[in-house]
Design a protein around this ligand. Structure first.
Ligand SMILES: *Cc1c(COP(=O)(O)O)cnc(C)c1O
Length: 358
């Protein structure tokens, strides 16, 4: 089944037919069929090729589960956590830290600007931090953060790093080998349906996770460390979603990550050229725009334009979130949607809508 709607949102992204067909396979009993564990192990090996060299685990739950689980498993009462933020998801980490009884210190910079390295450095020098959290692509603003210099600073202070790479992983390079816990999800650049969180976890992070008694079940990463080897999942796994992610990962690896990253760059460049032709500015100002999503300023009209695109052109876009809802329109060119023909169809329609509006 297909429809004519073009869903160019920055996640969930359009799910290709191959992936949807795999999800229609017969449903196994993941707890009692050993073949299913062999399948899960093979899937995590493929995902390790996408994530870099760390251990990968896949949890049954949407991307937010990964963010909460990483914090709940690494932060206990009294731990000091530096939450590095220039956006909504960056700020959100502080809430998870407080829920775990940790002491969250937020190092903030304005949403349109890059992370503030000098402020991060002085925080790290002033206080003994156990963990630092940060976001690679702030999807609500279309900002891609340069993580290398931040990771250098964290390295120098022996701080465990947690990175939300949900909307960049599989669309642009992520320095996963330098990160302790990298978080991704099925519904962004993988172009599988929402439902799974993928985390890669370093040995040092596993040690910390195993060093304390966690009072949680669903958000505890520890039982996942040996799940594949011990053939025991903490709960019934989401088999159809895992089949879908397997097909989606095959598509990524068959195309080749280098080519996939190039395709995202090409789609982003086209989107921004077309936006410039329409006289539209990018929301990020000083910060880099992500190859996976473009946030455009359409002051006061973003919701109306979004509605017209859906009603008259069958194209679904996202607006900004919170205070930015009326002023920012977001085009996702992410995963399967990172294609010039899709960007062109979107921007042709946007041109028409903006012209009608004048
Ligand atoms: C999509 C996304 C998540 C997962 O949350 P949603 O509920 O899907 O919004 C987490 N972090 C980032 C940066 C995301 O883009």
């Amino acid at each position: 089944m297909t429809d004519d709607r073009l869903r160019m949102t920055p996640g969930p992204t359009e799910v290709p037919v191959d992936v949807r067909e795999r999800m229609a396979e017969p449903t196994p009993n993941p707890d009692v069929e050993p073949e299913f564990f062999a399948f899960y192990r093979a899937l995590t090996e493929k995902l390790e090729a996408v994530y870099g060299d760390d251990d990968v685990v896949v949890l049954g739950g949407e991307g937010i589960l990964g963010l909460e689980a990483a914090v709940a498993s690494l932060v206990e009462s009294g731990d000091r956590v530096l939450c590095i933020s220039n956006g909504l998801y960056g700020e959100g980490f502080a809430d998870f830290v407080r829920m775990s009884g940790g002491d969250a210190v937020v190092c903030e910079s304005p949403w349109r600007e890059p992370l503030d390295l000098a402020a991060i450095e002085s925080h790290l020098e002033d206080g003994a931090y156990d963990v630092a959290t940060m976001v690679h692509c702030e999807t609500p603003t279309g900002v891609l953060n340069d993580l290398e210099p931040v990771l250098d600073l964290c390295d120098g202070h022996d701080v465990i790093t947690v990175v939300d790479a949900v909307s960049s992983l599989g669309g642009t390079p992520v320095p996963t080998d330098r990160i302790d816990v990298t978080l991704g999800a099925s519904q962004k650049c993988f172009s599988a349906p929402p439902g799974l969180t993928v985390c890669s976890i370093s040995d040092r992070a596993w040690e910390k996770i195993e060093s304390f008694e966690t009072e949680s079940l669903y958000t505890d990463l520890e039982p996942w460390r040996d799940a594949a080897a011990d053939e025991w999942f903490p709960y019934t796994h989401l088999s159809s979603n895992l089949y879908g992610l397997d097909a989606a990962t095959d598509l990524l690896l068959e195309e080749g990550l280098e080519r996939v990253f190039e395709r995202h760059e090409e789609a982003a460049t086209r989107c921004r050229e077309r936006a410039a032709d329409l006289g539209l500015s990018l929301y990020p100002d000083g910060a880099q725009s992500s190859p996976t999503v473009t946030a455009l300023e359409i002051p006061g009209r973003a919701v109306a334009v979004q509605q017209r695109l859906a009603d008259h052109h069958d194209i679904v876009l996202a607006t900004g979130l919170g205070d930015l809802a009326e002023d920012v329109l977001r085009v996702g060119h992410m995963g399967h949607n990172a294609r010039i023909d899709r960007v062109d169809r979107t921007m042709d329609a946007l041109a028409t809508v903006l012209e009608e509006d004048e």
